[in-house]
Design a protein around this ligand. Structure first.
Ligand SMILES: [Zn+2]
Length: 211
């Protein structure tokens, strides 16, 4: 199966990607997600490309088991590695949901317990509450995971300036989000983010968190 992975990864190369038809690009993203799902021992999501206006690149729907990908990642060849990053990020959300809701009882000190609490009290965020959104555990984890996964391709895509630039940009955003949170929320930003999640759970009275 390693050979088929190689064929998929090769499609994202700068000398191949711009020449692929849009359908073939969507298929390449789907194959990338299938590889990810296999690595994470979870069912693969369907990748669906849609227009997204607000600058987001992707969205994971737990109910449909679909990863919605901004169609720009298919139409604009310069966004190829942003597309890869998005598949890794949203696929990590699929993994988080998978391990959080697979069984009812979770150990109180487990990562899955913390993630489930976060999912139930998820903060969508606005411009004013951006740090509550970006620093919540499941978003931070998905970005960390996607960044590391993208960086693992540094040999395969070496000498590709677009790859290098995308990695640098994703890295910078990851660091700047933390700096912004420290500035906006102060030294106890982690505690405040957690309190905000607990408040969201209380506000959504129809949802109960099993202790
Ligand atoms: Zn996310």
């Amino acid at each position: 199966m390693i050979f088929f992975r190689f064929l998929t990864y090769n499609k994202f190369r700068a000398r191949n990607w711009p020449h692929l038809a849009q359908n073939d690009r969507l298929e390449a993203y789907q194959k990338l997600e299938n590889i990810q799902a296999e690595k994470q021992h979870r069912p693969p999501c369907e990748i669906v490309a849609i227009p997204m206006e607000d600058g987001t690149h992707g969205k994971f729907s737990q109910l449909e088991n679909i990863i919605y990908l901004n169609e720009n990642c298919i139409m604009d060849p310069h966004l190829v590695y942003h597309g890869m990053f998005t598949i890794f990020h949203e696929g990590r959300h699929a993994y988080q949901h998978y391990i959080c809701f697979r069984k009812e009882k979770l150990h109180k000190w487990s990562t899955a317990y913390r993630w489930r609490k976060n999912i139930l009290g998820y903060e969508k965020g606005t411009e004013d509450t951006f740090s509550f959104y970006s620093m919540q555990p499941i978003e931070r984890d998905a970005n960390r995971y996607a960044l590391n996964r993208l960086k693992q391709f540094h040999r395969r895509y070496q000498y590709d300036p677009l790859y290098e630039a995308t990695v640098k940009l994703c890295e910078r955003i990851f660091v700047e989000e933390k700096l912004k949170a420290k500035k906006d929320l102060g030294l106890f930003h982690r505690w405040k983010v957690n309190k905000n999640i607990e408040k969201n759970i209380e506000d959504r009275s129809d949802i109960f968190l099993d202790d």
